[in-house]
Write a protein that binds this ligand. Structure first.
Ligand SMILES: Nc1ncnc2c1ncn2[C@@H]1O[C@H](COP(=O)(O)OP(=O)(O)OP(=O)(O)O)[C@@H](O)[C@H]1O
Ligand SMILES: [Mg+2]
Length: 317
């Protein structure tokens, strides 16, 4: 549905995009992530025909974003970073205007507006001026204008930024619903949003793609992390025997002592040896109590940090 090949963009001497390539299949919901200034909005503006690339090419539904910009705009719904709404217009008039300029035939406009109003839960405010609406409602009007012409592709640039927690949940639900029928590229700084609604994640940093895959694929690439072990037993003996069982040099840390119970954190790093069972047997064999054993699970946040921080920043963190 979307093909991006070696896309470049320079603003003067600043290279905002350094030749990025990716493809989005029909029905995918892509979380487009990256630190501030990474090039997310720039990519989205090029895909939607609002900005010309400096190099490379991109197509949406087979249309070139430069040569066939009008065709591209018809098959895309775009919610820009700062929504340019016409404050003095009524919500229903504004949606009618958007439907018209995107080529919805006169006879079908009313139904198109009703559908967008229903999907974005705008029934209460259709007769109001956009200016009078709260930020959350304005954002919903922004989403409604993006879907009013029933485009197959949605490009949403930080759709939930600046909303209160209740509104975030509302807009997130709406995006999940839209994701069932549309191909979506969604930029956000809220990683839970991506965990919930995106089938794939693309992470950009300084104009380059540094990760592309499903959440699980990206997490699997990280070192396996740590193992938390709770044992009741004599500390010196427990530590000595646990260390002996693990590969030499494996960091073992006492995280907490409660009475005679110890909580240990074992840094497994990239080691894949199944130490869990061996540890359990060791503890039982010695007659100590095994109170708990859990693997620390990496999150998308760990992935984000590992690919967007430079080595020195990571060391500092
Ligand atoms: N109109 C412009 N003129 C000059 N430089 C720009 C312009 N727009 C963006 N840039 C620069 O291009 C780079 C990428 O910006 P972009 O807005 O695409 O980042 P972003 O990933 O969307 O960041 P954010 O998370 O802050 O929205 C930044 O260094 C930014 O300063
Ligand atoms: Mg941006």
């Amino acid at each position: 549905m979307i093909e991006v090949e070696r896309l470049e963009k320079s603003y003067g001497f600043a290279r905002a995009l350094k030749g990025i390539s990716f493809a989005v299949q029909k029905g995918e919901v892509i979380g487009f992530l990256g630190p501030n200034g990474a090039g997310k909005s720039t990519t989205m503006k090029i895909l939607t025909g609002y900005l010309l690339p400096s190099g490379g090419r991109a197509t949406v539904a087979g249309h070139d974003v430069v040569a066939e910009s009008l065709a591209v705009r018809r098959c895309i719904g775009y919610l820009p970073e700062s929504t340019p709404l016409y404050g003095e217009m009524r919500v229903d008039d504004y949606l009618g205007f958007c439907a018209e300029i995107r080529g919805v035939p006169g006879g079908k406009r009313k139904a198109a507006i009703a559908r967008a109003v229903e999907l974005c839960a705008l029934q209460r405010v259709t007769g109001k001026n956009i200016l009078e609406l709260s930020k959350g409602y304005k954002q919903r009007v922004g989403l409604a204008q993006a879907i009013v012409h029933e485009p197959p592709v949605l490009i949403l640039d930080e759709p939930t930024s600046g909303l209160d927690p209740n509104q975030i949940i509302e807009v997130r639900k709406l995006i999940e619903r839209l994701g069932q029928e549309h191909t979506v590229v969604l930029s956000t700084h809220y990683l839970q949003e991506v965990e919930k609604s995106c089938s794939r994640v693309i992470i950009v940093r300084q104009g380059e793609i540094v990760a592309d895959g499903t959440r699980q694929q990206l997490i699997d690439k990280l070192p396996s992390g740590g193992l938390r072990l709770s044992v009741r037993g004599p500390e010196p003996a427990v530590l000595a025997q646990v260390r002996e069982l693990l590969p030499p040099g494996t960091p073992v840390q006492v995280v907490e002592r409660t009475g005679t119970a110890l909580e240990l954190r074992i840094e497994l790093g990239t080691a894949t040896a199944p130490v869990d069972e061996a540890l359990a047997r060791l503890i039982v064999k010695n007659g100590w109590d095994l109170l708990g054993m859990v693997r620390e699970r990496a999150s998308l946040e760990d992935v984000f940090r590992s690919v967007t921080q430079s080595a020195s920043e990571a060391a500092h963190a």
